[in-house]
Design a protein around this ligand. Structure first.
Ligand code: ASP
Ligand code: MG
Length: 445
C-alpha cells in the first residue's frame, strides 16, 4: 500500500480536488490511502472564528462561519449531481450544524477552551474529505470514507496532542484496509482521546498523520503532495535559482523542517524511520516535475539546503562564576524547563552561554530568574540561518566558504552539532535575506 497526503492548496477548490483524484487514479494499483488537509485557508478561518466568538464578536463570527460553509457547499454544487449531491449536502449540513452550535456556545460563554478549539478545527479536514469522497464516488471510484478519529488515538493535550502509538497502530491495522483499485480517504491532523474527544496533532499535522498510517501499514512509500516541487535548496520566494533536492536523509529533512523549511512537518520523519519507509515530496500542480525523496541513506554528502527561521530571540548569560564550576548549565536549563521553553541552538565559552529561543512567552520571568545566575542580555529580531547537509566538516573549505559569503553581516552566534548535519548562524533578521542570497550563490551557482 501507499499513503498520499495532500495539503490545503492541493484541495483548494473543485478543480484542485479533481486534479488530486487524477493523481490518485494513477496509483490505484498501489492500494492508496489518501490523507487530506482542510481546504486552503480553512484552518486559519476556523481559528479566526473561534477567536471572534470567544471575544463575544458574534456577528463577525457568524459572517465568517456563513462564508466558510458557503465555500464548501459551492464546491459540492460545482462537481456533484443527483444522489451524490444530496448526500454530500446532507453530510456538510450535519457537520456545519455541529460547528455552528459550538460557535454559538463560545459566543455565549465568551470562552474557547483548548478542547473546543480542537473540535472547531477538526471541521476543516472533515469537510474537505467529505467533498473528496463524494467527488470520488461521482467519478466512479471505489471509495471509502474513514474518520481518522477512530484510529489516531491521542492523549488529552489538546491543540498539540501526543499520539499513543500502541493504541493507534492496533486501530489502524483493524480499521484501515487498503486494497488494489480502491481509494481510502481519511483526514490528516485529527484524532481522538481515550474518551473519544476530538484532538488535533498541532498545526501542519496532516503530514504526521500520513506517516503514522504509512508506518503502521508498512507502506511502500509515503507521498507528501504540496504546491512546490519537493524540498528546495532554499526558499524559491527568496531566490529564483533555488532548485529541487533529489534525495536527502530523514535527519537532514527533520533539521530542515525544524529550522524553517515549511514543506514537511518536522514530526513526519519520526514514525517511518524505523521501518525505513521512504517519503517523497511532490508537486500536485505539476505531478511530473522534480520531486524529493527522503530516505535513510543518501550517497551525496556536503551541503544540501539553506533555510531560515525568523522571530528568534538570543539569550546571553555571562558569569565569572561559571569558571571551573560544574552544574552551571543545568541551573540555566532548569529555568527554561520550568517555563516549558525549548532552546534551539546553544554555544558556550568558559564564562558565557548563548542560546536561542523562538517564543517570547514568559520571557520576562525567564530573564529575571536567569539574572540570579549571571548577567543576562536579550536580543530580539534575530534569524537562524541553517545550512543542512551531511558530513559538512569533511570539506575543509566549507567553513571558510560560509564566512566568505556570510561575513559581510554581523554574526551573533554559530552552532554546529557533532552530527555534522546542521551549521546554524544567528544574524539580524534585517540582514538575513541578503545573507541567504550570498550563501546560496556561493554554494549552489
Ligand atoms: N489543516 C491543518 C493546518 O492547517 C493541518 C494541516 O494542514 O496539515 O494546520
Ligand atoms: Mg502542510
Amino acid at each position: 500500500m501507499i499513503v498520499m497526503k495532500f495539503g490545503g492548496t492541493s484541495v483548494a477548490g473543485n478543480t484542485q480536488i479533481d486534479n488530486v483524484l487524477d493523481i490518485a487514479k494513477t496509483r490505484l494499483d498501489a492500494a492508496p490511502v489518501l490523507v487530506s488537509s482542510a481546504m486552503a485557508k480553512v484552518t486559519d478561518g476556523l481559528i479566526r472564528i473561534s477567536e471572534l466568538a470567544s471575544a463575544g464578536k458574534k456577528e463577525e463570527a457568524d459572517k465568517e462561519t456563513d462564508d466558510l460553509i458557503a465555500r464548501h457547499i459551492d464546491v459540492a454544487k460545482a462537481f456533484l449531481s443527483g444522489d451524490n449531491l444530496v448526500a454530500a449536502i446532507q453530510q456538510i449540513n450535519k457537520l456545519c450544524g455541529e460547528f455552528e452550535s459550538l460557535v454559538r456556545g463560545m459566543s455565549l460563554l465568551k470562552e474557547c477552551s483548548d478542547r473546543s478549539y480542537d473540535k472547531i478545527l477538526s471541521f476543516g479536514e472533515l469537510l474537505s474529505t467529505t467533498l473528496i469522497y463524494f467527488r470520488a464516488l461521482e467519478r466512479g471510484f471505489d471509495a471509502e470514507f474513514l474518520d481518522s478519529r477512530d484510529f489516531i488515538k491521542t492523549d488529552d493535550n489538546f491543540t498539540c496532542a501526543a499520539v499513543d502509538f500502541a493504541e493507534t497502530n492496533a486501530k489502524i491495522k483493524e480499521i484501515v484496509k487498503p486494497k488494489t483499485n480502491k481509494l481510502l480517504i481519511a483526514q490528516g491532523f485529527i484524532g481522538s482521546t481515550d474518551e473519544g474527544v476530538t484532538a488535533t496533532l498541532g498545526r501542519g499535522g496532516s503530514d504526521y498523520t500520513a506517516a503514522i498510517i504509512g508506518a503502521a501499514l508498512d507502506a511502500k512509500v509515503v507521498e507528501i503532495w504540496t504546491d512546490v516541487s519537493g524540498i528546495m535548496t532554499t526558499d524559491p520566494r527568496i531566490i529564483a535559482e533555488a532548485r529541487t533536492i533529489d534525495k536527502m536523509t530523514y535527519q537532514e529533512a527533520a533539521e530542515l523542517a525544524f529550522f524553517g523549511a515549511k514543506v514537511v512537518h518536522p514530526s513526519t520523519m519520526q514514525p517511518v524511520i524505523e521501518k525505513q519507509i521512504p517519503i517523497t515530496v511532490l508537486n500536485s500542480l505539476a505531478p511530473e516535475s522534480a520531486y524529493t525523496e527522503i530516505c535513510s541513506e543518501v550517497p551525496e554528502k556536503g551541503l544540501k539546503a539553506i533555510t531560515k527561521k525568523k522571530g528568534i530571540i538570543l539569550v546571553n548569560i555571562t558569569s565569572s562564576r561559571m569558571l571551573n564550576a560544574y552544574g552551571f548549565l543545568s541551573k540555566i536549563f532548569s529555568v527554561f524547563e520550568k517555563y516549558k521553553t525549548s532552546v534551539d541552538l546553544i554555544a558556550t565559552s568558559e564564562v558565557s552561554v548563548s542560546m536561542t529561543i523562538d517564543s517570547e512567552e514568559n520571557l520576562d520571568e525567564i530573564k529575571s530568574e536567569l539574572s540570579n545566575i549571571g548577567v543576562v542580555k536579550i536580543e530580539k529580531d534575530k534569524s537562524i540561518i541553517s545550512m543542512v547537509g551531511q558530513e559538512l566538516w569533511k570539506d575543509p573549505n566549507f567553513i571558510s566558504d560560509v564566512f566568505k559569503a556570510a561575513g559581510k553581516t554581523e554574526i551573533n552566534m554559530i552552532s554546529m552539532g557533532s552530527s555534522e548535519t546542521n551549521l546554524g548562524i544567528v544574524v539580524n533578521e534585517a540582514n538575513s535575506q541578503q545573507t541567504i542570497i550570498d550563501l546560496h550563490k556561493l554554494f549552489f551557482n
